[in-house]
Design a binder for this molecule. Structure first.
Ligand code: AMP
Length: 314
Protein backbone atom coordinates (compact mmCIF):
# COMPACT_ATOMS: atom_id res chain seq x y z
CA UNK A 1 0.00 0.00 0.00
CA UNK A 2 1.28 3.45 -0.91
CA UNK A 3 0.70 6.39 1.39
CA UNK A 4 0.35 9.66 -0.52
CA UNK A 5 0.05 13.08 1.09
CA UNK A 6 0.37 15.43 -1.90
CA UNK A 7 -2.81 16.01 -3.94
CA UNK A 8 -0.83 16.52 -7.17
CA UNK A 9 0.99 13.21 -6.67
CA UNK A 10 -2.33 11.37 -6.26
CA UNK A 11 -3.77 13.01 -9.40
CA UNK A 12 -0.75 12.01 -11.50
CA UNK A 13 -0.80 8.48 -10.13
CA UNK A 14 -4.52 8.01 -10.84
CA UNK A 15 -4.25 9.48 -14.34
CA UNK A 16 -1.72 6.73 -15.01
CA UNK A 17 -4.07 4.10 -13.53
CA UNK A 18 -6.90 5.20 -15.85
CA UNK A 19 -4.60 5.31 -18.89
CA UNK A 20 -3.72 1.69 -18.25
CA UNK A 21 -7.44 0.86 -18.40
CA UNK A 22 -7.88 0.16 -14.69
CA UNK A 23 -10.90 1.25 -12.66
CA UNK A 24 -10.66 3.26 -9.45
CA UNK A 25 -12.74 2.92 -6.27
CA UNK A 26 -12.50 5.88 -3.91
CA UNK A 27 -13.60 5.79 -0.24
CA UNK A 28 -13.42 9.15 1.58
CA UNK A 29 -13.23 8.92 5.39
CA UNK A 30 -12.26 10.93 8.44
CA UNK A 31 -10.37 7.97 9.91
CA UNK A 32 -10.66 6.21 13.27
CA UNK A 33 -11.77 3.31 11.16
CA UNK A 34 -14.36 0.73 12.20
CA UNK A 35 -16.23 -2.13 10.53
CA UNK A 36 -18.57 0.35 8.78
CA UNK A 37 -15.62 1.89 6.94
CA UNK A 38 -14.12 -1.54 6.27
CA UNK A 39 -17.36 -2.68 4.62
CA UNK A 40 -16.97 0.19 2.13
CA UNK A 41 -13.34 -0.83 1.43
CA UNK A 42 -14.50 -4.41 0.98
CA UNK A 43 -17.21 -3.45 -1.54
CA UNK A 44 -14.81 -1.11 -3.39
CA UNK A 45 -12.23 -3.94 -3.51
CA UNK A 46 -14.65 -6.31 -5.26
CA UNK A 47 -15.66 -3.72 -7.90
CA UNK A 48 -12.38 -1.99 -8.84
CA UNK A 49 -8.79 -2.60 -9.87
CA UNK A 50 -7.38 0.12 -7.63
CA UNK A 51 -8.82 1.15 -4.25
CA UNK A 52 -8.03 4.60 -2.85
CA UNK A 53 -8.98 5.51 0.73
CA UNK A 54 -8.64 9.04 2.03
CA UNK A 55 -8.30 9.99 5.67
CA UNK A 56 -8.88 13.66 6.25
CA UNK A 57 -10.63 15.34 9.19
CA UNK A 58 -12.10 18.25 7.26
CA UNK A 59 -12.11 21.43 9.38
CA UNK A 60 -14.70 23.27 7.28
CA UNK A 61 -17.47 20.78 8.09
CA UNK A 62 -17.15 21.36 11.85
CA UNK A 63 -18.95 24.23 13.54
CA UNK A 64 -17.18 26.57 15.97
CA UNK A 65 -18.51 24.68 19.02
CA UNK A 66 -18.15 21.20 17.58
CA UNK A 67 -15.62 18.41 18.15
CA UNK A 68 -12.90 19.15 15.54
CA UNK A 69 -10.11 19.25 18.13
CA UNK A 70 -11.20 16.13 19.98
CA UNK A 71 -12.34 14.14 16.92
CA UNK A 72 -10.76 10.68 17.51
CA UNK A 73 -7.61 9.97 15.53
CA UNK A 74 -5.34 6.90 15.35
CA UNK A 75 -3.30 6.96 12.16
CA UNK A 76 -1.21 3.87 12.87
CA UNK A 77 -4.22 1.67 13.58
CA UNK A 78 -5.99 3.09 10.50
CA UNK A 79 -2.98 2.40 8.30
CA UNK A 80 -2.83 -1.21 9.52
CA UNK A 81 -6.57 -1.68 8.85
CA UNK A 82 -6.18 -0.28 5.32
CA UNK A 83 -3.24 -2.63 4.66
CA UNK A 84 -5.29 -5.56 5.96
CA UNK A 85 -8.19 -4.57 3.67
CA UNK A 86 -5.91 -4.60 0.61
CA UNK A 87 -6.28 -0.89 0.00
CA UNK A 88 -3.83 0.19 -2.73
CA UNK A 89 -3.43 3.88 -1.92
CA UNK A 90 -4.00 5.70 1.36
CA UNK A 91 -4.35 9.43 0.75
CA UNK A 92 -3.71 11.56 3.84
CA UNK A 93 -3.39 15.18 2.79
CA UNK A 94 -2.62 18.03 5.17
CA UNK A 95 -5.08 20.84 5.84
CA UNK A 96 -2.77 23.21 3.91
CA UNK A 97 -2.62 20.75 1.03
CA UNK A 98 -6.42 20.71 0.71
CA UNK A 99 -6.93 24.40 1.52
CA UNK A 100 -3.87 26.11 0.01
CA UNK A 101 -5.69 29.47 0.10
CA UNK A 102 -6.82 29.03 3.71
CA UNK A 103 -10.00 27.75 5.32
CA UNK A 104 -11.93 30.92 4.55
CA UNK A 105 -11.01 31.08 0.87
CA UNK A 106 -13.80 32.11 -1.43
CA UNK A 107 -14.18 28.67 -3.02
CA UNK A 108 -17.17 27.28 -1.15
CA UNK A 109 -19.31 24.79 -3.06
CA UNK A 110 -22.94 24.32 -2.02
CA UNK A 111 -25.93 22.43 -3.36
CA UNK A 112 -28.32 24.88 -1.72
CA UNK A 113 -31.51 24.10 0.17
CA UNK A 114 -30.96 20.40 0.89
CA UNK A 115 -27.98 21.40 3.00
CA UNK A 116 -30.10 23.51 5.34
CA UNK A 117 -32.63 20.80 6.25
CA UNK A 118 -32.51 18.07 8.95
CA UNK A 119 -28.91 18.05 10.26
CA UNK A 120 -28.31 21.32 8.42
CA UNK A 121 -30.71 23.03 10.85
CA UNK A 122 -28.57 21.99 13.81
CA UNK A 123 -25.18 22.20 12.10
CA UNK A 124 -25.28 25.36 9.97
CA UNK A 125 -22.60 25.28 7.27
CA UNK A 126 -21.77 21.62 7.88
CA UNK A 127 -22.90 20.31 4.48
CA UNK A 128 -21.32 23.23 2.61
CA UNK A 129 -18.06 22.08 4.25
CA UNK A 130 -18.77 18.53 3.04
CA UNK A 131 -19.57 19.57 -0.54
CA UNK A 132 -16.55 21.90 -0.64
CA UNK A 133 -14.09 19.19 0.41
CA UNK A 134 -15.73 16.52 -1.77
CA UNK A 135 -15.54 18.83 -4.81
CA UNK A 136 -11.80 19.12 -4.13
CA UNK A 137 -11.48 15.34 -3.77
CA UNK A 138 -13.43 14.68 -6.98
CA UNK A 139 -11.16 17.09 -8.87
CA UNK A 140 -8.01 15.43 -7.49
CA UNK A 141 -9.17 11.80 -7.84
CA UNK A 142 -10.99 12.21 -11.17
CA UNK A 143 -13.26 9.66 -12.78
CA UNK A 144 -14.02 6.86 -10.27
CA UNK A 145 -16.63 5.03 -8.26
CA UNK A 146 -17.08 6.77 -4.91
CA UNK A 147 -18.32 4.66 -1.97
CA UNK A 148 -20.56 6.30 0.64
CA UNK A 149 -22.39 4.83 3.63
CA UNK A 150 -26.15 5.14 4.02
CA UNK A 151 -25.45 5.78 7.71
CA UNK A 152 -24.94 9.40 6.63
CA UNK A 153 -28.01 9.49 4.42
CA UNK A 154 -28.35 13.25 4.06
CA UNK A 155 -24.69 13.40 3.04
CA UNK A 156 -25.32 10.72 0.39
CA UNK A 157 -28.33 12.57 -1.04
CA UNK A 158 -26.46 15.88 -1.09
CA UNK A 159 -23.39 14.36 -2.75
CA UNK A 160 -25.60 12.65 -5.34
CA UNK A 161 -26.92 16.12 -6.18
CA UNK A 162 -23.40 17.57 -6.30
CA UNK A 163 -22.27 14.82 -8.67
CA UNK A 164 -25.35 15.15 -10.88
CA UNK A 165 -24.76 18.88 -11.18
CA UNK A 166 -20.97 19.04 -11.55
CA UNK A 167 -19.09 15.72 -11.74
CA UNK A 168 -20.55 13.52 -14.48
CA UNK A 169 -17.66 11.06 -14.40
CA UNK A 170 -18.12 10.18 -10.71
CA UNK A 171 -20.32 7.18 -10.00
CA UNK A 172 -21.64 7.12 -6.42
CA UNK A 173 -22.17 3.71 -4.83
CA UNK A 174 -24.29 3.75 -1.67
CA UNK A 175 -23.50 1.05 0.87
CA UNK A 176 -25.57 -0.33 3.77
CA UNK A 177 -25.35 0.90 7.33
CA UNK A 178 -23.33 -1.50 9.48
CA UNK A 179 -24.62 -1.95 13.05
CA UNK A 180 -23.17 -3.42 16.18
CA UNK A 181 -24.98 -6.27 17.87
CA UNK A 182 -27.96 -4.53 19.50
CA UNK A 183 -28.53 -2.25 16.52
CA UNK A 184 -26.45 0.86 17.24
CA UNK A 185 -24.98 2.13 13.95
CA UNK A 186 -21.18 2.04 14.03
CA UNK A 187 -19.64 5.50 14.16
CA UNK A 188 -16.25 6.93 15.08
CA UNK A 189 -18.15 9.19 17.50
CA UNK A 190 -19.40 6.14 19.48
CA UNK A 191 -15.95 6.31 21.09
CA UNK A 192 -17.22 9.33 23.05
CA UNK A 193 -20.12 7.42 24.63
CA UNK A 194 -20.05 6.50 28.32
CA UNK A 195 -21.55 3.11 29.21
CA UNK A 196 -24.74 4.90 30.24
CA UNK A 197 -24.94 6.92 27.01
CA UNK A 198 -24.28 3.75 25.03
CA UNK A 199 -27.18 1.97 26.74
CA UNK A 200 -29.44 4.94 26.00
CA UNK A 201 -28.28 4.97 22.37
CA UNK A 202 -29.55 1.41 21.86
CA UNK A 203 -33.06 2.87 21.89
CA UNK A 204 -32.35 4.62 18.55
CA UNK A 205 -32.60 1.40 16.58
CA UNK A 206 -35.59 0.25 18.64
CA UNK A 207 -37.45 3.51 18.00
CA UNK A 208 -36.72 3.45 14.25
CA UNK A 209 -37.69 -0.22 14.08
CA UNK A 210 -41.02 0.33 15.85
CA UNK A 211 -41.79 3.16 13.44
CA UNK A 212 -40.81 1.08 10.42
CA UNK A 213 -42.97 -1.83 11.61
CA UNK A 214 -45.90 0.55 11.80
CA UNK A 215 -45.25 1.64 8.21
CA UNK A 216 -44.82 -1.96 7.06
CA UNK A 217 -48.13 -2.91 8.60
CA UNK A 218 -49.88 -0.15 6.67
CA UNK A 219 -50.14 2.69 9.21
CA UNK A 220 -50.42 5.91 7.27
CA UNK A 221 -50.22 8.47 10.07
CA UNK A 222 -46.46 8.90 10.12
CA UNK A 223 -46.45 11.86 12.48
CA UNK A 224 -48.07 9.72 15.22
CA UNK A 225 -45.51 6.95 14.69
CA UNK A 226 -42.67 9.47 14.91
CA UNK A 227 -44.18 11.05 18.04
CA UNK A 228 -44.13 7.60 19.69
CA UNK A 229 -40.52 7.16 18.58
CA UNK A 230 -39.62 10.50 20.18
CA UNK A 231 -41.22 9.37 23.44
CA UNK A 232 -39.15 6.16 23.37
CA UNK A 233 -35.95 8.12 22.74
CA UNK A 234 -36.60 10.77 25.38
CA UNK A 235 -37.60 8.10 27.96
CA UNK A 236 -34.24 6.44 27.35
CA UNK A 237 -32.52 9.70 28.30
CA UNK A 238 -31.75 11.00 24.81
CA UNK A 239 -32.52 14.51 23.67
CA UNK A 240 -34.22 14.43 20.25
CA UNK A 241 -33.23 17.00 17.60
CA UNK A 242 -35.47 15.50 14.94
CA UNK A 243 -37.24 12.23 14.20
CA UNK A 244 -39.22 12.29 10.99
CA UNK A 245 -40.01 10.76 7.64
CA UNK A 246 -38.81 12.78 4.64
CA UNK A 247 -38.92 12.48 0.89
CA UNK A 248 -35.45 11.42 -0.34
CA UNK A 249 -35.48 13.75 -3.35
CA UNK A 250 -36.26 16.94 -1.39
CA UNK A 251 -35.75 16.03 2.29
CA UNK A 252 -39.18 17.57 2.86
CA UNK A 253 -41.25 16.31 5.80
CA UNK A 254 -43.83 13.62 4.91
CA UNK A 255 -46.80 13.53 7.34
CA UNK A 256 -48.71 10.80 5.48
CA UNK A 257 -47.43 8.18 3.06
CA UNK A 258 -48.27 8.10 -0.63
CA UNK A 259 -48.94 4.82 -2.39
CA UNK A 260 -45.45 5.01 -3.89
CA UNK A 261 -42.37 6.95 -2.92
CA UNK A 262 -38.76 6.95 -1.80
CA UNK A 263 -38.47 7.97 1.83
CA UNK A 264 -35.99 8.33 4.63
CA UNK A 265 -36.93 7.71 8.24
CA UNK A 266 -34.28 9.66 10.09
CA UNK A 267 -33.30 10.68 13.57
CA UNK A 268 -30.73 12.87 15.31
CA UNK A 269 -30.28 12.83 19.09
CA UNK A 270 -27.87 13.99 21.72
CA UNK A 271 -26.60 11.26 24.05
CA UNK A 272 -24.98 13.42 26.69
CA UNK A 273 -22.69 15.69 24.66
CA UNK A 274 -22.45 13.27 21.74
CA UNK A 275 -24.58 13.84 18.66
CA UNK A 276 -25.79 10.62 16.99
CA UNK A 277 -27.69 10.18 13.72
CA UNK A 278 -29.37 7.16 12.22
CA UNK A 279 -31.92 6.27 9.55
CA UNK A 280 -33.73 3.61 7.56
CA UNK A 281 -34.27 3.94 3.80
CA UNK A 282 -37.92 3.12 3.02
CA UNK A 283 -39.28 2.47 -0.47
CA UNK A 284 -43.03 2.25 -1.00
CA UNK A 285 -44.41 0.68 -4.17
CA UNK A 286 -48.17 0.35 -4.62
CA UNK A 287 -48.70 0.74 -0.89
CA UNK A 288 -46.18 -1.89 0.07
CA UNK A 289 -43.13 -0.75 2.05
CA UNK A 290 -39.60 -2.18 1.88
CA UNK A 291 -37.35 -1.09 4.72
CA UNK A 292 -33.55 -1.10 4.60
CA UNK A 293 -32.47 -1.44 8.25
CA UNK A 294 -28.79 -2.02 7.48
CA UNK A 295 -26.60 -4.98 8.38
CA UNK A 296 -25.32 -6.50 11.60
CA UNK A 297 -21.50 -6.30 11.73
CA UNK A 298 -21.36 -9.84 13.09
CA UNK A 299 -23.18 -11.19 10.04
CA UNK A 300 -22.18 -9.41 6.85
CA UNK A 301 -23.63 -12.08 4.52
CA UNK A 302 -25.99 -9.64 2.81
CA UNK A 303 -23.31 -7.02 2.18
CA UNK A 304 -22.70 -7.43 -1.53
CA UNK A 305 -26.41 -7.76 -2.44
CA UNK A 306 -27.35 -4.59 -0.61
CA UNK A 307 -25.50 -2.07 -2.76
CA UNK A 308 -27.04 0.57 -4.96
CA UNK A 309 -24.90 1.79 -7.84
CA UNK A 310 -25.86 4.96 -9.64
CA UNK A 311 -25.19 4.99 -13.33
CA UNK A 312 -22.63 7.64 -14.24
CA UNK A 313 -24.28 10.84 -15.40
CA UNK A 314 -21.99 11.12 -18.42
P1 AMP B 1 -16.64 9.18 8.32
O1 AMP B 1 -15.24 8.70 8.57
O2 AMP B 1 -17.52 9.15 9.52
O3 AMP B 1 -16.66 10.51 7.58
O4 AMP B 1 -17.30 8.15 7.32
C1 AMP B 1 -16.69 7.82 6.09
C2 AMP B 1 -17.66 7.01 5.27
O5 AMP B 1 -18.00 5.82 5.99
C3 AMP B 1 -18.98 7.75 4.99
O6 AMP B 1 -19.41 7.46 3.67
C4 AMP B 1 -19.90 7.15 6.02
O7 AMP B 1 -21.26 7.20 5.65
C5 AMP B 1 -19.40 5.72 6.06
N1 AMP B 1 -19.82 5.09 7.32
C6 AMP B 1 -19.63 5.55 8.58
N2 AMP B 1 -20.22 4.73 9.48
C7 AMP B 1 -20.81 3.74 8.76
C8 AMP B 1 -21.59 2.59 9.10
N3 AMP B 1 -21.90 2.29 10.36
N4 AMP B 1 -22.02 1.80 8.10
C9 AMP B 1 -21.73 2.10 6.82
N5 AMP B 1 -21.01 3.15 6.42
C10 AMP B 1 -20.55 3.97 7.38
Amino acid sequence: MRVITEPSELSTELDGVRKSGQSIGFVPTMGYLHAGHLSLFNIARTQNDVVVVSIFVNPTQFGANEDLDRYPRDFEADQALCEASNVDILFCPSVDGMYPDGLHANDKISVGEMSTKLCGRFRPGHFDGVTTIMAKFFTIVGSCRCYLGKKDAQQVLILQKLVAERYPSINIVTCPTIRENGGLALSSRNAYLSQENHTSALSIYLALDACARGIESGTNDIDSLCAQACTTLESAGLSVQYCELVDRSTLDHVPTLNASGEYLLCVAVMAGTTRLIDNFFIDVVNGSATVDRGIDATNMDGLQENIATEAPHA
